[in-house]
Design a protein around this ligand. Structure first.
Ligand SMILES: [Ca+2]
Length: 380
């Protein structure tokens, strides 16, 4: 602040904003809680706010994918996505490759009974039979990712678990794709090689991250078999995870930030399988439980973006002029409304309304399917 003041010769900045995604999103929420006097507005995209919890959940997914025959290759992920779209794409009124009503899709999609192009998604008898079906081992791993992780031990952060991921409809790093973001999406999703020990270079990002965290940050043993560590029952490593949780799981007390007049914009892609949007839902719900929904509405907006993943997406690569929205709120007292997000990859240029959680965008039934005005935010 001193340097900025000196450089421009006009004193200290009048307003200070912070924006970040993923770990940057955690930093954003940490700042709002720990140094509420320093920031007038905060933008947090897909925040890993309870990062230790998220890492343990990601490790549970890696262990599930490491089981014999359990790793779905990119071709099988593409097949799964086609099956999900057959079941869920039209729930929002338009076959646009985007599942907009994710909770409804989660409620009705079951890979064990789903169809794709008139054939069962599940292999006959559940036995591996090539890229045209999913085996029971692969279905079991995907179902594990979709379900919550429970910590059967004490964490000093107070965390007792982590929700599952919205697997159904997510790209997961599916086969094919000429987009420049396709390799990044694959890297941040399920990678190209099954988790194993030693961890191969093409393993999912979270597998490689936790391999290093467990070896170097938890057990302090570079030869440790990280995949042998059960994150729900870590045995002798529980106390070390508990210590790390106080550094990596951010709390949810924004009272001082709100009292000072700070504004917070939260956003998360529904198809994020690295940091779950369900965890950000929990963050938002905790704020509401602590402060009341009306007070939260005075200084927080939470938007969920269908189709968007972690940082990038080949389905709906969301962009949003969040800084203008924040400036208008902080500097002009104009709360965000009718916000719009633009896809830059799936169908470049198409737009959707940004809907305040728990609302989702439903096609009105007529009009340009690439225009935001053709959609209405709805809760049902
Ligand atoms: Ca759709």
């Amino acid at each position: 602040m001193f340097l900025i003041g000196r450089h421009y010769g006009r004193g200290a900045p009048k307003k200070a904003y912070f924006a970040g995604g993923s770990t940057g999103g955690r930093e954003a929420l940490s700042l709002a809680q720990r140094w509420p006097g320093d920031w007038d507005g905060i933008i947090a995209w897909y925040p890993a706010w309870n990062q230790l919890s998220a890492m343990l959940a990601g490790h549970r997914a890696s262990r599930a994918l490491a089981q014999p025959g359990a790793y779905p290759n990119p071709a099988k992920r593409a097949l799964l996505r086609r099956a999900v779209l057959e079941t869920c794409d039209l729930i929002d009124g338009v076959a646009d490759g985007v599942v907009s009503h994710q909770s409804q899709c989660n409620a009705i999609f079951d890979p064990a009974v789903a169809q794709v192009a008139g054939a069962p998604l599940r292999c006959t008898g559940g036995t591996e039979a090539g890229d045209a079906c999913l085996s029971d081992a692969q279905i079991a791993a995907l179902n594990t990712m979709n379900t919550a992780t429970r910590f059967n031990f004490f964490l000093a952060s107070g965390s007792s678990g982590y929700p599952g991921y919205n697997v159904w409809g997510a790209s997961l790093g599916a086969a094919a794709g000429s987009s420049p973001v396709h390799p990044i999406e694959t890297f941040l999703n399920l990678g190209t090689e099954q988790p194993a020990m030693p961890v191969p270079a093409g393993a999912p990002y979270i597998t490689k991250q936790l391999d290093q965290v467990i070896k170097l940050g938890v057990t302090r043993n570079p030869a440790f078999d990280s995949l042998a560590l059960d994150p729900e029952n870590p045995g002798p490593w529980a106390s070390r995870f508990s210590a790390l949780s106080t550094m990596l799981d951010v709390g949810t007390d924004l009272t001082a930030f709100a009292t000072r007049g700070g504004k917070l914009l939260l956003a998360h892609g529904v198809s994020d399988v690295l940091v779950s949007a369900r965890a950000t839902e929990q963050y938002y719900q905790r704020l509401q439980a602590q402060m009341g929904a009306a007070r939260v509405n005075d200084f927080v907006r939470y938007y969920e973006v269908p189709g968007y993943g972690h940082a990038v997406s080949t389905v709906f690569n969301a962009t949003w002029d969040s800084l203008t929205a924040l400036e208008n709120w902080v500097e002009r007292g104009s709360a965000p409304r009718d916000q719009i997000t633009t896809d830059t990859v799936g169908v470049p240029g198409r737009q959707r309304p940004l809907c305040e959680y728990p609302a989702w965008p439903r096609y009105r039934g007529a009009g340009d399917v690439n225009a935001a005005a053709s959609f209405v935010c709805t809760n049902r």
